[in-house]
Design a protein around this ligand. Structure first.
Ligand code: ADP
Length: 251
């Protein structure tokens, strides 16, 4: 369990998140939604130990985040950031980076590491791109390569900042399926999502941020029926059923 307790976060002492309390559990997908500038990325970065809170604490499996060294932390949690640089390294080398926190003293990859890299490339359907450099592939393909790196890290907690942006609609659907698969594998999936319908379709828990505060947090259906999403985004929501599951459409 990954817990945020009484978190205040800010930049140069200026608070942008106020008293955030959330719990991320394994086998669950939690999505973080909110308008631009509401603090979603800041929240994710703090959860992932990239920003220090001004107050409050983050604890992972009962241990304060500050007690974890970089390597031990990276064995527990992988993070897909919003920015994905276009370096000259190959897709395969990038994905192998995901294994670094697991390599032994010799720092050389073993058969199991290669196997995990293969699996991640396959899960994203990018085996055929593995020898290309990141600068030779499209934005959507690059995004998949970074996601494959996060998967290769093979952590029980995975945090993704906008995993589906810049992907075609059909690939966005694949991405949602992949997140559901990660949940089935028992991972805690934490995702900042822009696509409200997609977020609600796959979430177990939703956290709605509004101007740095948690406006609503809880099981998806409860959040939707409270009407708070419609209020914050100034939209109307319609629920339809597809194959026995609720689907929420916004206009
Ligand atoms: P969201 O992800 O919901 O769009 P962010 O977490 O990126 O929101 O930003 C929340 C607030 O923090 C915004 O007002 C933004 O301008 C500010 N902010 C984000 N990053 C920085 C930074 N590096 N330095 C100063 N202010 C920042």
């Amino acid at each position: 369990m990954l817990e945020l307790n009484g978190l205040d976060v800010g930049y140069r002492g200026q608070r942008v998140l106020h008293n955030v309390n959330l719990t991320f559990r394994r086998g669950e997908i939690t999505t973080i939604i909110g308008k631009n500038g509401s603090g979603k990325s800041t929240l994710l970065k703090t959860t992932c130990k990239l920003l220090k809170p001004l107050a409050g604490r983050v604890s992972l499996e009962g241990e304060d985040q500050r007690e974890y060294g970089q390597r031990r932390w990276a064995q527990k949690l992988s993070y897909l950031s919003q920015s994905r640089s276009e370096s000259q390294i190959t897709v395969r080398a990038l994905v192998m980076h995901g294994r670094y926190p697991h390599l032994g003293f010799s720092r050389s990859a073993g058969p199991q590491d290669y196997q995990i890299v293969e699996k991640a490339l396959k899960q994203l359907g990018i085996e055929q791109l593995q020898d290309k450099s990141l600068s030779q592939i499209s934005g959507g393909e690059r995004q998949k390569a970074y996601l494959a790196m996060a998967l290769a890290q093979d952590t029980p907690y995975i945090a993704l900042d906008e995993p589906a942006t810049s992907l075609d609609l059909s690939v966005q659907r694949e991405m949602l399926k992949l997140l559901l698969q990660l949940k089935q594998e028992g991972k805690a999936v934490i995702a900042v999502m822009h696509d409200l319908s997609g977020a609600l379709e796959i979430s177990d828990q939703v956290c709605l941020l509004d101007r740095g505060k948690v406006a609503s947090y809880g099981p998806t259906r409860q959040i939707v029926s409270s009407g708070v999403i419609e209020e914050v985004f100034s939209v109307s929501c319609m629920e339809i059923q597809r194959e026995g599951n609720p689907l929420y459409l916004f206009s």
